[in-house]
Ligand binder design. Structure first.
Ligand SMILES: Nc1ncnc2c1ncn2[C@@H]1O[C@H](COP(=O)(O)OP(=O)(O)O)[C@@H](O)[C@H]1O
Ligand SMILES: [Mg+2]
Length: 333
């Protein structure tokens, strides 16, 4: 074991003011238990569901956090995965694991993600976006004209399927729009894709590697909150049941997506494969995916030959490298 003075002090942030608070606790437990004790000293930073830092806090000034070498935000959703925490860590001049401010914010917003990806040639499913000032009936008519039913309605900025519904007719669509606007001022309506749900893990800063592709088989009509965390009926398959060609395509698209959005460190990139056409569409990008040893992100790396502990070491190393590189840049002439 390395002497204490040579080990890297990793502040692990978890909990937080997000609908995914509890998921974060489970993810953080996994990370803290598996970070290599020979290299790292773990410092837990629990954040309450009210946003209160429970033991100690990070100060937004360079040099003001001498006890921390690198930060591992294991926070899902709002105020953790959306660029806000990343902004604090930039101000504090601390290295941190995962995507930076812009990429985090872009990936949290499903409408912004799709616009950026479409502009870079990553296929995305047809959609209509709306802000709460738009009349629900107008939005519904736009969606009907663009693709019709069934369709999915989602708040632009949430996760864990919260606020998402499938609509089969106009009455359901209007109700779904109302529900989604209860969670965000911006929503997205998409054509429903009938097919497989695929996931691919990416890892790296300038050079981005893609994992083996995995598949989610929802236990219900779609992969909703109960299915993700409560029912335990959803199945995960690694590798996904797709051809070698599709496998290669998904991995390429995952890297292309990460580059289009400027993702650094890690992300789980989710796709659909439409059965009728064979088309592959980007669905969404999670910059702080579920992170237990049995979460898809880590399992896909495990299946690609990178065990959980080594994955964590790699992520911390990438954080430190990015920080060192950015430090060498000038901010004025
Ligand atoms: N356009 C779509 N076509 C088919 N199923 C969809 C579509 N959009 C979402 N879903 C279903 O809803 C689930 C949650 O949607 P997703 O966009 O991944 O949001 P979240 O960020 O909450 O995971 C998906 O895993 C899938 O089962
Ligand atoms: Mg999802």
């Amino acid at each position: 074991m390395q002497p204490i003075a040579d080990r890297i002090r990793v502040a692990v942030l978890f909990g937080g003011r997000s609908g995914e608070h509890d998921v974060s606790l489970v993810s953080a437990r996994g990370v803290m238990a598996a970070l290599d004790p020979d290299r790292f000293i773990v410092i837990p930073f629990p954040i309450g569901a009210d946003g209160h830092w429970q033991h100690q806090r990070i100060t937004p000034e360079p040099g003001a956090n001498p006890g921390i070498d690198v930060v591992f935000p294991v926070l899902h959703g709002t105020f953790g995965e959306d660029g806000t925490m990343q902004g604090l860590l930039e101000l504090a001049d601390l290295p941190y694991v995962g995507a930076g401010v812009l990429a985090s914010a872009l990936c949290m917003d499903k409408a912004a993600t799709k616009r950026m990806c479409a502009a870079s040639g990553v296929p995305v499913v047809e959609s209509v976006t709306g802000r709460s000032i738009a009349a629900p009936a107008t939005l519904a008519s736009q969606a009907e004209a663009a693709f019709g039913y069934p369709c999915f309605v989602k708040p632009a900025n949430l996760g864990s399927s919260v606020g998402i519904s499938k609509a089969r007719d106009r009455a359901e669509l209007l109700a779904a729009i109302d529900t989604a606007f209860g969670f965000d001022t911006s929503i997205i309506i998409e054509r429903a894709v009938v097919g497989q749900e695929l996931e691919c893990a990416v890892l790296g800063n300038e050079e981005i590697a893609a994992s083996v592709v995995g598949e989610i088989v929802p236990g219900k009509e779609f992969y909703d909150y109960e299915d993700k965390y409560l029912d335990g009926k959803a199945q995960t398959l690694i590798p996904a049941r797709i051809s070698d060609d599709d496998h290669a395509t998904v991995r390429q698209l995952a890297v292309k997506t990460a580059r289009a959005l400027g993702v650094e460190g890690m992300a789980r990139v989710d796709f659909f494969r439409e059965t009728a056409t064979g088309a592959i569409y980007l669905n969404e990008v999670n910059t702080i995916p579920g992170f237990t040893p049995i979460s898809m992100y880590s399992k896909m790396w495990e299946a690609s030959g990178l065990p959980y502990r080594d994955l964590l070491t790699k992520l911390v190393t990438l954080a430190i490298e990015r920080h060192a590189r950015r430090r060498s840049l000038r901010f004025s002439r």
